[in-house]
Structure formats: structure tokens, C-alpha cells
Design a protein around this ligand. Structure first.
Ligand code: ZN
Ligand code: ZN
Length: 371
């Protein structure tokens, strides 16, 4: 499958006019060839020229890791460089040999380190650098059934963590203590790494990307819990539920929480092939705005997810991309009352042939936990 991905990337890059793709450690590299390498100063790169065979440039001490990875079965040529070699010169020589000249346009990964991108550019005689994102996003944002199954497994794992929230989240404990317990459970329930743990209690819930603090959770708090991890295959989970500690919400909170819940349901229900990403955002935003809370919904409705927690497609006004079966993304409207509290409801959904599938379950209601 990954050999097919390299071939498709080369075709898409050539159509877009790039002469060579250069992808360094990260999710683009893992997606295309199955090599999960860590980023560091030594150059590792998958190089896919418009003509001729693709190849991997790797430090010699890491060449055995390529062989041990799925990339080892692809028949990619592996060019190992020694500690005193000029890896950029090696890369440039091989690109010229395949193209017969210096490339005019070199497309690099969005998260390729600047020292690597500029090193490649310098070695290739000052070629124009551009992002490989148009090519890679196009491929990565439409998931195969196998990838959807990976996201579903990740979603089920994070759902099991949320289902256990009453074990940890109660009055008298700090957000940091609750977060440490959640992090342990993220690993216990089927992830290999914790990506993030947001426990936003009381006023901290009004800061969407608040992580953890020493604030002590109090009876009557609303608590935004947004958590995610990485599974063994690299696919990510990301799910938010909002909890009430000790007692149910007051009338005003119950009213706007119901608006939020309706907005999240409306946006999820809007998902089907041909609907634009911005229409899904509008489906959530219109409900919240009509109820008078629009100024408190301060972020886009969602983001794609796969080997990265945030990737294309972005569910935001201005993105006219039509959805296609296999696109996976979050639907996560929130309402944030600065200085007081906030709430968010987040599911990962997948656009199917005729509608939508959620990889998350569990209640979207405000869950009241014993204080
Ligand atoms: Zn989230
Ligand atoms: Zn998210």
C-alpha cells in the first residue's frame, strides 16, 4: 500500500509542477513509506523526483531501522551517509542523476525543519522551495477503510477513558492530579503515547487550549476535559466532554449548554459528500449565533485528524472544499464565558458514502459527576 502512496505522491507532485518532493521525519514520511523516524539534526529524507526512482537518505547508524520498518519492504533505494559526509550533497547528486539537471522547484514537508529545507535548497543550486502540502494533504485527508478502522479504534480507546472520568474528577483535587490519572488511563486503554490532557475547571474552561494547573476543582464547577493520544499505528484520538462536578447546572448554564449540544448535533448531521467544510462550520455556528451566544464561540468548528491530531481538512469559514467519503475530522463547537466557565463537545466523525459516522460514543450531555 505504501509503495502505491509514493507513486501517487509522485504523480500528484508532477501534475502540480514540482520537480522533486523532499520529506523529512514526521507524519508525511510515515504516511508515504511507513518509516516512523524521529526528527533530529542529521538529515533523513524520502526523496521523490519527477523522473527516476525515489530514494531514502538516512544516517548510516539508522539504516537498520529503515530495514526493520515497513519501508524496508518497499524496495526503496536506501542511501546511507557517514558522519563526515555531506548528506545534502549526496541528496543533490542523486536528484541531478535522475532528472538530468538541477530541479527548478523543490517541494518540502510543511514541518520539515528550516535547516534541512535550506540545506537542500543550497545543495540544489538555489531551486525554488515550496510546500508539499497540496500534494500530501490531498492524499492524506481521504482515509482508506483501514485508516478509518484505526481512527475508530483510537476513538473507542479514548471513549473508555471518558467513561471512567468519575474515578478521578471530583471536588478537592487539582487539575494536575486529575490530568495525571487521565494520562495513565490513556495509556492503559490502548494508546502508546499521550498527546494532550486538557482539564479546564471553572474559569479555566473558558480558555479552549488551557492544559492543566494547580487549581483545585470545586463543587459546582463545569470542567472541560479534552484528551487525546496516539495508537501503535500512529493514528490519533481527540475527544472532549464537559462535566459538572457535584451538582447539575443552573438554569442559564443548562440553557446555553443545550444550545451547544444542538449545534454539535447539527454540524455532525450536516456531514455528507459534496457538502463543503465551511458549511459544516456554519451548521454549528448558526445554531449558536441564533441563540445569542455567537460571540462566545471563538474558534473554528473542527480539524482533520489522522497521523496528526490537526491536519487537513479544516472545518472553518472560507474553506470551500467539498467533503468526500473517507475524510475524517472533529466537530467541536464550544461556548466560552471569560472569567466564568466554558463548555465544548467534540467527536471525530468520518464522511461516508451517504452521510456520517462518528468514531466516538458516550453521552454528549453535561455529565454530572458526584462531588
Ligand atoms: Zn480536542
Ligand atoms: Zn480537536
Amino acid at each position: 500500500m505504501t509503495g502505491d502512496r509514493v507513486r501517487r505522491a509522485r504523480e500528484a507532485a508532477a501534475e502540480g509542477g514540482a520537480d522533486v518532493l523532499v520529506l523529512t521525519p514526521g507524519s508525511d514520511l510515515r504516511y508515504l513509506c511507513g518509516y516512523h523516524a524521529h526528527a533530529m539534526e542529521r538529515l533523513t529524507a524520502l526523496v521523490v523526483p519527477r523522473a527516476g526512482e525515489p530514494f531514502l537518505v538516512v544516517p548510516r547508524l539508522e539504516a537498520p531501522m529503515v530495514d526493520a520498518s515497513p519501508a524496508g519492504g518497499l524496495g526503496l533505494e536506501v542511501l546511507a551517509w557517514d558522519e563526515t559526509d555531506d548528506a545534502f550533497a549526496l541528496l543533490a547528486r542523486e536528484v541531478r542523476a535522475r532528472l538530468g539537471s538541477d530541479p527548478a522547484r523543490v517541494a518540502v514537508g510543511s514541518r520539515t525543519w528550516a535547516e534541512h529545507a535550506l540545506g537542500v535548497q543550497r545543495a540544489l543550486g538555489g531551486a525554488v522551495l515550496e510546500l508539499a502540502a497540496p500534494v500530501l494533504d490531498r492524499l492524506r485527508m481521504v482515509k482508506t477503510p483501514a485508516e478509518v478502522a484505526e481512527l475508530a479504534a483510537a476513538g473507542a480507546a479514548i471513549d473508555r477513558v471518558h467513561a471512567r472520568m468519575g474515578e478521578w474528577l471530583r471536588a478537592g483535587r487539582t487539575e494536575a492530579q486529575v490530568g495525571a490519572d487521565i494520562a495513565a488511563a490513556i495509556l492503559e486503554e490502548g494508546h502508546v503515547a499521550v498527546d494532550f490532557t486538557i482539564v479546564g475547571s471553572g474559569p479555566n474552561g473558558a480558555s479552549p487550549h488551557h492544559e492543566l494547573s494547580d487549581r483545585v476543582v470545586a463543587e459546582g464547577d463545569l470542567v472541560v476535559v479534552d484528551i487525546g493520544g496516539e495508537t501503535a499505528t500512529g493514528y490519533r484520538s481527540d475527544c472532549t466532554r464537559t462535566y459538572a462536578v457535584g451538582r447539575g447546572p443552573d438554569a442559564e448554564t443548562a440553557e446555553w449548554y443545550a444550545v451547544l449540544q444542538a449545534a454539535q448535533a447539527a454540524a455532525s448531521a450536516a456531514v455528507r459528500p459534496g457538502v463543503t467544510a465551511e458549511a459544516v462550520d456554519a451548521a454549528a455556528r448558526d445554531v449558536i449565533t441564533a441563540a445569542g451566544w455567537g460571540e462566545h464561540f471563538i474558534h473554528r468548528t473542527g480539524h482533520g485528524i489522522g497521523l496528526d491530531t490537526h491536519e487537513a481538512p479544516y472545518i472553518v469559514a472560507g474553506n470551500a472544499l467539498p467533503l468526500e467519503p473517507g475524510m475524517a475530522f472533529s466537530v467541536e463547537p464550544g461556548i466560552y464565558l471569560a472569567g466564568r466557565c466554558g463548555a465544548r463537545i467534540e467527536d471525530i466523525v468520518v464522511c461516508t458514502e451517504d452521510g456520517v459516522q462518528s468514531v466516538n460514543g458516550g453521552p454528549r450531555d453535561l455529565v454530572v459527576l458526584p462531588g
